[in-house]
Design a protein around this ligand. Structure first.
Ligand code: FO1
Length: 321
């Protein structure tokens, strides 16, 4: 069993989206035992393609933990081929979402398991274990929650906006369809009650973390919890490392991306804030919001960076490793 903190709580709950979240999850998994880390992943980006249930962020986190992720994109299976997708196109499918052959096998299996009556949590844990992942990876909810982009071209799913339309439509709002009637997955609920620290991985606050916080009671439980809650900023030197964060920031924060804008977004939810060396100028302003601040290198290219940042995060939160 893992060591428990003085208040009887133990372990870390990591909230993650796709590529950035997966990188920190890999670092945390390298320094924490499987019973000392629970990784809860955004499912707002999930979508059905060709009748198959696709959970891109869960797969990105799971493949990364299993050492199977495509190193160039961060998502998808390393070295995958696209024969099935090419055949689908020949057969008339509008196959714009890049599902590789290995990846498709996972989606076939997941969809089959879901149809047999298993929950998404059960399926996710089972498939991750079969891929050699020892730490629990869970969806934020077992019920469908979908991130819907409101744009000047109308409403569309996240993948339609991000992949098919290449983030081109002008975004005017977001909504998380189904969030009100969904519940946090059972392991997520237990983790919220029992962990000694919560880590917000460096994922897009609006697109990847807000869907998790939109679930009933989740935001309130985090705000009310008296454990260290650490935000790891996804912004480095005023730039988003990956994805459409910059434009989304402008739209929702009404200001360019910055560590300070991230800190303001999560104000009241967290106690600690980790920002990159390049953003040090905003240290005082972030501290003025009530955070304890750590300024360090946050760009995670190699595993050594992931481990170093995770170690700093755990140390800051008083978690023994
Ligand atoms: N992102 C793309 O930009 N293009 C794709 O064709 C694509 C396919 C894809 C397939 C499986 C998967 O798990 C992820 C995939 N992604 C693709 C990434 C995904 O759209 C986003 O990175 C996440 O939803 C945001 O975290």
């Amino acid at each position: 069993m893992t060591q428990s903190s003085g208040n009887g709580r133990s372990g870390v709950l990591a909230l993650a989206g796709g590529v950035g979240g997966a990188k920190l999850a890999v670092g945390l998994a390298r320094i924490l035992k499987p019973d000392a880390l629970t990784i809860v992943v955004n499912t707002g980006d999930d979508e059905t393609f060709y009748g198959l249930h696709i959970s891109p962020d869960i797969d990105t986190v799971t493949y990364s933990l299993a050492g199977l992720a495509n190193p160039d994109t961060g998502w998808g299976f390393a070295g995958d081929t696209f024969n099935a997708l090419e055949t689908l196109k020949t057969l008339g499918a509008d196959a714009w979402f890049g599902l590789g052959d290995h990846d498709l096998a996972l989606h076939l299996r997941r969809t089959d398991m879901l149809r047999s009556g298993m929950t998404l949590s059960e399926v996710t844990l089972d498939l991750a274990r079969r891929m050699g992942v020892r730490h629990p990876v869970l969806p934020m909810s077992d019920q469908p929650v979908r991130t819907i982009i409101k744009s000047t071209d109308g409403e569309m799913s996240f993948q339609e906006y991000f992949v098919h339309r290449r983030s081109e439509p002008e975004v005017i709002g977001l909504r998380f369809e189904g969030a009100d009637s969904a519940t946090a997955s059972p392991v997520f609920q237990r983790a919220l009650e029992n962990v000694e620290a919560i880590v917000f991985c460096p994922s897009n606050p609006f697109l990847s973390v807000d869907p998790i916080l939109a679930l009933p009671d989740v935001r309130e439980m985090i705000v009310a919890s008296d454990v260290p809650r650490v935000i790891v900023s996804p912004i480095i030197g005023g730039r988003a490392v990956k994805g459409p964060a910059a434009r989304i920031f402008e739209t929702f924060a009404h200001k360019p991306p910055s560590a300070l804008a991230v800190a303001e977004h999560y104000e009241g939810m967290a106690t600690h804030f980790v920002m990159d060396n390049e953003d040090e100028a905003s240290r005082d302003a972030v501290e003025a919001l009530g955070y304890q601040v750590l300024v360090t290198e946050t760009l995670m290219i190699e595993d050594t960076h992931k481990i170093a940042l995770s170690t700093a995060v755990c140390k800051m939160a008083g978690v023994s490793i």
